[in-house]
Design a protein around this ligand. Structure first.
Ligand code: DC
Length: 337
């Protein structure tokens, strides 16, 4: 069973307005969630007490929800509540995708996290905690997480498999152009695909990191990856992490953060992460140097270098744990919503 929420408002308490607004809301919910008359089992309406000229449930019958059980109730008088508001809860069966709640007209203000288009851009250097933070934000807001670094890593793996050096920009660009690099989601978790093969684990090897940074300097590679990232980001609310999200991929993203931390702290985190994946034999000094070299390359490349967007909020995570960082970012998002 799926539970879908929605709300809308009217300007005057007339049966015509109630009917039109309810129909508009129900049709929008049905469209967004691919519902048909049979999949809706029940609809509960509630209206604010300034609406008394008609039941919205009547409109539901008239617009095709013939089998659903319908119920309308009046809400308590709450001071400061949005006036002339019709709220709905739909119980449906067989919604394959994630439920899409719909807030129309003045009711859009009730759930700005949905209606504003919650696109969150997280940029920053390697090991700053971006991906852990991005996953936590995606879970908190129930939105998609796109790890764009994984796509450049898949490009690097594609070259490695063909023995092409990422320094050979021409050959590298040609190989990436011919490759099919994409993502798919399994229980909400991103899987990264190279020519249809799931390479999510292989791209995490330490040797791929620097190669990914080098291949990411190539203009044609970036163009292909950025186009794919924009396409995903446009289709739904999401959080993206990378190096150029707030500056190039989604310069209009409403929420931008630049996550950073001391190089040594970042190296310590990366070491822990590699060890957890069973990649041993790498010492902290080497990793710190590697991270610094990668930062330099990512910051100093010609195209879309790692840079903090002018309108991004800088978050230094050197002395913050993940929970504290996520709480801070959520506070900033709420302030702006
Ligand atoms: O975040 P990561 O370590 O998985 O990224 C690997 C490399 O990919 C990174 O060193 C630079 C590059 N990259 C990029 O250029 N632009 C992005 N949006 C994401 C990653």
């Amino acid at each position: 069973m799926n539970f879908i929420r929605g709300a809308t408002t009217i300007t005057e308490d007339t049966p015509e307005e109630i009917r039109a607004a309810t129909e508009e809301l129900l049709r929008a919910i049905a469209r967004e969630n691919n519902l048909d008359g049979d999949s809706v089992r029940a609809i509960i309406f509630s209206t604010t007490q300034d609406i008394y000229s008609a039941y919205p449930a009547k409109a539901a019958r008239e617009c095709g929800f013939e089998k659903a059980a319908l119920f309308s109730a009046a809400e308590p008088l709450i001071e400061g509540a949005l006036p002339l508001c019709i709220r709905v809860m739909i119980f449906a069966e067989g919604v394959l995708q994630r439920e899409k709640h719909v807030y129309l007209r003045k009711a859009a203000a009730l759930r700005k996290d949905i209606s504003v288009g919650l696109t969150i851009a997280l940029d920053g250097p390697a090991g700053s905690g971006k991906s852990t933070i991005a996953k936590a934000l995606a879970a908190a807001y129930d939105i998609l997480y796109l790890d764009t670094g994984a796509m450049y890593r898949a490009c690097a793996l594609c070259l490695k498999r063909q023995n092409i050096s990422p320094d050979d920009a021409f050959a590298a660009a040609r190989a990436v152009a011919a490759a099919d690099i994409g993502v798919r989601y399994e229980n909400g978790a991103q899987r990264t695909l190279l020519d249809g093969e799931d390479v999510s684990e292989e791209i995490r090897k330490n040797e791929i990191s620097m190669m990914a940074s080098t291949v990411a300097k190539i203009g044609a590679v970036r163009e292909k990856m950025v186009a794919a990232q924009r396409k995903i980001a446009k289709s739904q609310p999401c959080v993206l992490d990378g190096r150029d999200i707030g500056t190039t991929v989604l310069p209009d993203a409403p929420f931008k953060f630049f996550i950073t931390a001391d190089a040594r702290v970042r190296a310590q985190r990366r070491l822990k992460e590699l060890e957890e994946r069973g990649q041993t034999g790498i010492d902290l000094e080497t990793l710190t140097r590697e991270i610094e070299a990668r930062d330099e390359q990512d910051k100093n490349r010609e195209i879309s270098p790692l840079r903090c967007a002018a309108d991004a909020v800088v978050v230094d995570t050197s002395r913050l744990n993940i929970e504290q960082t996520v709480a801070l970012i959520r506070e900033k998002i709420q302030e702006k919503i």
